[in-house]
Structures are given as structure tokens and as C-alpha cells.
Ligand binder design. Structure first.
Ligand code: NDP
Ligand code: 8X3
Length: 246
């Protein structure tokens, strides 16, 4: 299961995991995009189950998971990818709604999906949770404030889960990308495409596929190998705030 598979990193993860032979449960809120990727995945010869729901809506998330047909219930891999940044204002000028949406999606949505899916993994003594964190969780950068805090929370939540399932064969990974060119900046700047494009000017950013390669590696590592955490940066990015542009 990949959450937020309609775009960017999640979409690339779904495609690369399908290429590796996994049947795919894909989720997102935009039905038309989900249908597009459903067709693309079917073309790779795997079974696909699309689920349309908002990870911020706990009742809808619970209903979606409870209604998964029996033959799909044994989920081997959960990629908790659905997430977003909104705004880049100084903390003292931030928008309350943007803060709530980031916290509800990146922290509470990820926790809801973990709570719904991981008990089955523990019961079967088999499974892998890959959380998509961020370099933004390692240190705050200007205007990053609440987004950075949500990704720092993803680190703690991932580490906590890894401890709590250490007596099982379930593995837990935090993949922390740097600059990846996806719909991320368009969403962050509320649809301002010009501002979004500037984020990737003068540097060759990562692609969703670059991150998906890391996810597939972690998932396919031998059973005794747990890739706990990976920071993946573009070559001319050194941290959340050090980016050398040409
Ligand atoms: P995109 O905007 O391209 O994709 C985000 C995905 O999340 C979409 O499929 C979207 O689907 C889904 N999503 C967002 N909110 C919700 C929600 N409430 N319920 C269900 N699905 C939701 O961005 P990215 O691919 O870049 O982002 C994916 C993850 O990677 C995020 O967690 C982001 O924080 C993280 N990340 C991104 C980086 C980057 O530079 N791009 C770097 C580091 C981390 P839909 O709109 O259809 O619901
Ligand atoms: C996304 C990467 O640096 O834009 O998490 O915050 S950054």
C-alpha cells in the first residue's frame, strides 16, 4: 500500500514496486489521477486496488481499510507517503489552516494509517513500514517551521515504531529526501507555478524515481537487514538550507 500515490514520490514508488512484482493498493484523494495510475500499474501485469480517501479523515481511513477485500488484507509493505508543505512564511506570520492541514496530514494521517495497518503485520510477523520523512526533519530552515516540525515528528514516530516492533520481523524505515521535483512546491505555494519553479532553478533536483529506488532497495533487502534511515540529497544540496545553485 502506497498512500498519496496520485503524484510525485508516491506515484513513482507504486510504479517501481509494481515493476518489482508487488500487487498494489494505491490511495489518494483525486480519483481521476488515481484511475490514471491504476491503468498504468495494470499495464505492468500486477493487481491493483485503488482506495480514494483523505488520510486526515480518520473515519474515512478506517472504513477504507476495513472494507479492503479479504484477498488484499495481508499488506506486506506500507509506504506512508501522503504529505505536504503549505506556506513558507515566518512562524509568527503563519496561517492557522496551513498549520492544521500539515499536522493533520503529515503526523496524524501517517499515525492513523500505521495504527490501521501495522497490527496485521505484527500478527503475521511479517511486514515493512516505510515512512517518507524529509531532510526538513533534521533541522529547521527559514520559513520551514511547522513543516520541519512535522517531519521531525515523522522521525520520532518512525523510531518509536521500530522500537515497538523490534520483537517481530516487521521492519521500519525512514526515507528522508531533499529537493525532489514533484507537485510539492506547487502545493506549498497554493498553486503559484512561477514560485514553485524557482525552487528547482539552478540545481538538478531529485526525481520521485530516485526516491522510489531507495524505497524498493529497503523493501527488497534481505530479511535480516533493516534499513533504518536514509537521507537522500541532490548532489548540490548539503542540508535543508545549504543549496548551491549555478
Ligand atoms: P506531491 O504533491 O507530488 O504528492 C503528494 C501526494 O500526497 C499526492 O499523491 C497527494 O494525493 C497525497 N496527499 C496529500 N494530502 C493527502 C491527504 N490528506 N490524503 C491523502 N493523500 C494526500 O508531493 P511529493 O511527492 O513531493 O510528496 C510526497 C511526500 O514526500 C510528502 O510526505 C512530502 O512531505 C515528502 N517529501 C517531499 C520532498 C520534495 O522535495 N518533493 C522532499 C522530502 C519529503 P491527492 O492530492 O490525490 O490526495
Ligand atoms: C521537502 C524538502 O527542503 O523543501 O521535505 O523541505 S524541503
Amino acid at each position: 500500500m502506497v498512500t498519496g500515490a496520485t503524484s510525485g514520490i508516491g506515484r513513482a514508488c507504486a510504479l517501481k514496486l509494481a515493476q518489482a512484482g508487488f500487487d498494489m493498493i494505491i490511495t489518494g484523494r483525486r480519483e481521476s489521477k488515481l484511475r490514471e495510475i491504476e491503468n498504468e500499474l495494470r499495464g505492468k501485469g500486477v493487481e491493483v486496488l485503488p482506495l480514494i480517501f483523505d488520510v486526515c479523515d480518520r473515519n474515512a481511513s478506517t472504513a477504507a481499510v476495513e472494507n479492503i477485500p479479504n484477498e488484499w488484507k495481508k499488506i506486506d509493505v506500507l509506504v506512508n507517503n501522503a504529505g505536504l508543505a503549505l506556506g513558507l512564511e515566518p512562524e509568527y506570520e503563519g496561517d492557522y489552516n496551513d498549520w492544521d492541514t500539515m499536522i493533520d496530514t503529515n503526523i496524524k494521517g501517517l499515525l492513523t494509517m500505521t495504527r490501521l495497518i501495522v497490527p496485521g503485520m505484527v500478527e503475521r510477523n511479517r511486514g515493512h513500514v516505510v515512512n517518507i520523512g524529509s531532510v526538513a526533519g533534521d533541522a529547521a530552515y527559514a520559513g520551514g517551521n511547522v513543516y520541519c516540525a512535522t517531519k521531525a515528528a515523522v522521525k520520532s514516530i518512525t523510531d518509536g515504531l521500530r522500537i515497538d516492533v523490534a520483537n517481530t520481523a516487521v521492519r521500519v524505515t525512514n526515507v528522508k529526501p531533499g529537493l525532489v521535483e514533484t507537485e510539492f512546491s506547487k502545493v506549498r505555494f497554493h498553486g503559484d507555478e512561477g514560485r514553485a519553479e524557482n525552487v528547482y532553478k539552478g540545481i538538478k533536483p531529485l526525481t520521485g524515481e530516485d526516491i522510489a529506488d531507495v524505497v524498493v532497495y529497503a523493501v527488497q533487502a534481505p530479511a535480516h537487514v533493516q534499513i533504518a534511515e536514509v537521507l537522500v540529497l541532490a548532489t548540490h544540496q548539503a542540508s535543508g538550507s545549504v543549496i548551491v545553485r549555478k
